[in-house]
Ligand binder design. Sequence first.
Ligand code: HEM
Length: 180
Amino acid sequence: MIQVDSILTRIQERVRASPASYVHLSAITLVVTFLVMLLGAYTSAIGAGLSCPDWPMCYGTWIPFLHPDIVATSSYSPLQIFAEWAHRGLAMIAGFLIVGTGLGAWLCYRETVIVKWSATLALILLPIQVLLGGLTVTANLQPIVVTSHLGVAMVILLNLLTASLTSYLRQDTGRYAQVH
Ligand code: HEM
């Protein structure tokens, strides 16, 4: 237990020593989440919402393109399948980044209420968004589910923007405080 505490303290000291790394992490998370949203909108626009008919896998496999027969016999085009599959894949990467941004806020910006809670809210909304994404497919694009999926995405993005901007501004304050 004491060892875990000292490891956590060390991580905290390291992270606090370079707040710029948290600013970069939150900015990358913001951009990747925005890209996930654009890819989701594209998927919707080309009518590919159900081109992976199951969830979390796609045609019962993680990588449908390794099975040419699946792609060839699907009623959707390879581009449609790719768009939906890539949306899920990029969402997974965004998910890890959101977890990092949420936990990092508690290590690095514990005293900055806006950074801490906006990053935490994005983290809390993440599993809800993933569930809504799955429901989008399993409930056959039910309008209420698709609308909620878009709404929660916007709230996540807004919170990431707040965390990213505030941590950037606070970083300068921190430097000022260190010098004086
Ligand atoms: C960080 C996670 C995610 C974010 C921010 C996100 C965001 C979005 C956005 C903004 C759209 C466009 C909505 C519209 O234009 O009406 C969308 C569409 C979609 N998303 Fe996600 N998504 C995420 C995760 C997932 C996951 C894990 C799935 C799993 C299946 C998923 C499945 C879908 C589907 C099927 C559509 C197309 C809906 C349609 O055809 O209207 N999403 N997503």
